[in-house]
Structure formats: structure tokens, C-alpha cells
Design a protein. Sequence first.
Lengths: 274, 322
Amino acid sequence: MSPSKRELLLGRAILIFVMLITLVPFVTLFVTALHPPGTYPDGISLPEEYHWDNFILAFESANMSTMLTSSLLIELGVVPISLLVATLAGFALGHLQVPFRRTLFVVFILGLTLPFEGIIVPLYYQIRDYGFLNTQLAIILPLIGLFMPFAVMWMRAHFVNMPHDLTEAAKVDGASTWQLFWRVHVPLSRPAIASLAILLFLWTWNQFLLAIVLVDDPTKRTMAGALGAFQGQWGTDIPLLCAGSLLILTPVLVVFLVFQRQFVAALLQGAVKG
Amino acid sequence: MASTWRTSTGTTVPAEESSGDIRSRRRADRARRLRAGLPGLALVAPALFFYAVFVLRPLAATVQYSFYEWDGIGPSTWVGVDNYVRLFTDPELIGPIVNAFQLILYFSIIPVIFGVISAAIIRKFGSSKLALASRTVLFLPQVIPLVAAGIMWTWIMATNGVLNQGLALVGLDGVTRAWLGDFDTALPAVGVIGAWVNVGLCMLLMLAGMTKIDPALYEAARLDGAGAIREFVSVTLPAVRQELGVAIIITVISALRSFDIIFISTQGGPGNSTLVPGLEIYYLAFFSREIGQASALAVALTALVLIVVLPLNRLTRTESTS
């Protein structure tokens, strides 16, 4: 296969153009963040003086250290529990004899396309009755439930492909189901679990609807929810808003760039399987 | 294993046994099978618990609420299907659904086309630096919070944003405007944000499909004198049908249930020109306190997504097996 020189040249030009278009929003955000706070800069224009302190100002005025703590707390509540619970269920549905297996499978699949908006109204009253409104639990608990269809399907798809010989061998050695799970299957499933962890981390960080409906106080929300409040409060101060947005989206960019390989693999598998 | 044990019972039941014996044995078998399945059931239980309490229960409650009129505080009144009738007769409620379908053009069709084309180009560059860089860059919008995407683009499309700056630069001062605040352009403007977000996902899916293609097919096409476009249509496109289906499903869902981007950039305005079902549910339930009406719309949205996705899903399944 040897595409002609002209074709390659054209392809290169198109790719560079598309990349530039994709990057423009990031660049404007960055350049604007350096303008003096409270001003109305023009599109892409360099300020006379770079106001790096905008980042500190945004960090402090939005009470961002508290937001960050809250966001991490939510991540710590959602990700490990979801992983554990989904791995157990995926293992059972993919590898063990479970009564009503088919029914359970269909029940979980039904949730895959469910828009969060579809259940947000009763969820509000339910969480209110539990007394969790305005706490991190209001986001953590429903999010675990909402992640279950994807997470369980994901782990099931992984365990279905695990060779049964392995299980037989462990059984012959006298391993119980519990030992079989922890000693044999979990160690072998590390890549699948890691990919799922990255996806769940990002989805939690970016969760917006649950945050704005169930938690009034921006400092007790996810980062995306906090950013929404930040826009409401500082929407008129464009440089500060841009600085704040950059601070909030940098961590996910870093996570993505570091784990890019696993992340992309995870997303593609998840999409095709889901 | 239970599966082997199940086949053995079928063959070892002797014909001369009385029917009572068989029945009691069957009952014992079923009990044994259930007992053998208990550990598995116990492992599924925690996941099922979270799912049932925080998804299935509110889902059932949404359906229940949708038949009542309720302000969230006082007593509720049963109104039957009135909320659903209003859904199909009140222009204020049909509008958001129409808008959501219009967004499919921007959230799904445009990104899929751009995704296919850019993937086809990237594939030609193999694993070069350019291919790697463009893959990474194009995917960035998919990773950041949609809220951040909304903020960026609100600023780009503002009166003194980059878009107008660029248009003025090439002498198109006449068309500059506040893109998100104009009745004619707000919906497409919101759509562009969605397109920008979704292109990367479509590109990656297509690329994944294309890497499975046997290079010999391309050589054969070249030998037959096929150009780049011919090759794309007759070799690449048929091979990525399944990935194409997945990309369409995911992006169509993202259009129908769009919320974050619109909440941040237009709040549904100007007028109701960018109002979508998700946002309307939010307003109805938490601002105008029409819980029943909001729930009816929520049920309709959930059903709508299923109705649109199920046929698409079947399409990818049958095509992939043929």
C-alpha cells in the first residue's frame, strides 16, 4: 500500500487543520485567562501584561481547595465501591451458574441507555427522604447505581472470555468460589478493572446533573457541578472564569494523557460491547 | 459444573419410574440447582441492590408520578393520562422534543462524517507522530467536562469572541452576531459545541474498526486502479459497519439527552429556541413545580431513547454477524 505523495500531503494538511480547529477553544481559554481580571478582552489577543495570578485568584475566590476535597471524596466513594460490586456481579454473571441469569442480564441491560434526566425527579425526593440532600452521599449513592449497568456489563464481558479450564483447575485444587474469585480471577482481571476505574473516575468528575439538582452548596459537589456554580457567580468576569475553567479541566486532561493507552482501549471496548 | 449435571439428569431417569418419583426428583433437582446457584446470586446481590434502589425504584416512581398532578409539597391528584396528552398537544412541550431531534444532525451526523473522514486519513499515516498527535488532540474534547466545553464555546461565540473576530478579519463583518443569543443561530451554535465534543469519539471508533481491515484488500483495490475515494467507499466503509452503528447510537443518545452544554451556554434560550427535554424536565420539576408533567416528559424521553436506539442496535448486530 503506497498512497501517492499528493494524497499524503493533502492528508497532512487536513489533519493539521482539524487539530488546529480542535485546539482553538483551549487556546482562547488560556490566553483569555491571562488578561487583567474584570476586563472584556477580544477573542484571541495577548494582554499587555500576563496575569498569572488569575489562577491563584480563581482558586481562592471559588474556594477551590474545598471543591477539590469534595470532588475527591465523591470519587473515593463512587469508584472503589462501584468496582468491587460490579466485579463481583460480573464474575457471577459471566462465570458462575446463577439462577435467573438471563433475566438479571436483561434487567441490567435496560439501564444502559437510561438518560439520567429520566429518574432525576423522584431521585430528588428519595434522597431528601433519606436526609442526604446537600451532602456528598446524595451524589455518591445514586451514581453507583447509575454506573451499575455499564460496569456490570463490562466486567461480565470480561469474565465470559476467561477460560473455564482455569476454574476447573482451581476447583480440583479444592478452592472455594470465594478463593477462586480473589486468588485466580481478580489478579488476572487487573487490566479490565483498571480501564473501568479510569472511565468511572472521569464520568464522576464530569457529572453535572446530579450535582446541581441534589447539592445546593457548590463546595460539596463534583468538579463539573462546581464549575457550573462558578460560571453563575463569575460569569461576568471572563478572565477569571477562564482561569477557573482551566484549573478544573486540567486534572482530567492529565489523567487522560497519562493513561491514554488504557483509556482509549477501555472506551472502545466499552462502546462496542455496550 | 451444573451444565454437565443438567444433561446427565435428562438421560439417567429410567422410563419405568413412576411419575410421582420423577416429580419429587425434579423438585429435588430444582432445589439443588438453586442451592448451587446461591453463591452466584449472593455475588450479584450488592450490584442489584444499588441498581434497584437508586435506578429501578426512581424509574418506577417517575412512571407513577406521571399520572398525578403534584407541586412537590401539597397533596397530589390523580389525573390519568392528562400529562401525556399535554405532552403531545402543548407546543411548549413539543418544542423541546423537536429541538432534540434537530440536534441529532449536529451531535451525531456531522461528527460521524468528520470522524470517518479523519480516521481514514489518520490510518494512512500508520503509527507516525502525526497520526498519534491527531488522535490524541481530536479526542481531548471528549475527556473534559461538558460544562467546560460549554464555557469555552460561549466565550468563542460571544459578541467579541474569536468567531466574530475571525469573520471580521476576512471581511464578513456583516454576519457577526451574538451567535448563542440569536433566535436563528442559537440551536446550530449549540449544535456546533456538541459536534466539537463528539468528533473525537467517532474518529477513534472508526479507527478501531479500520485497523482490523486486511491490508491485502487495499492492495487489491489499488491494483484494480481504485483511487482514494473509491477505495474508501468499497473497502473501508463496509468493514467498519459495526463501529459506525455504535458511533451513531452513542451520539444520537447524547443528542436526545443533552443537558450540560445547553444549561451552560443558553439555558434553553433565547425564547425556547434551544430548550431540550432534559432541561425542560429540570425546569418543570424544580422551578415551576409541575412534578407530574416533568415526570411524563421524563418517561417520554426514556422511551424515546429506547425507541430510537433499539432498531439501530439490531442493525449493527445483524450486520456484524452476516
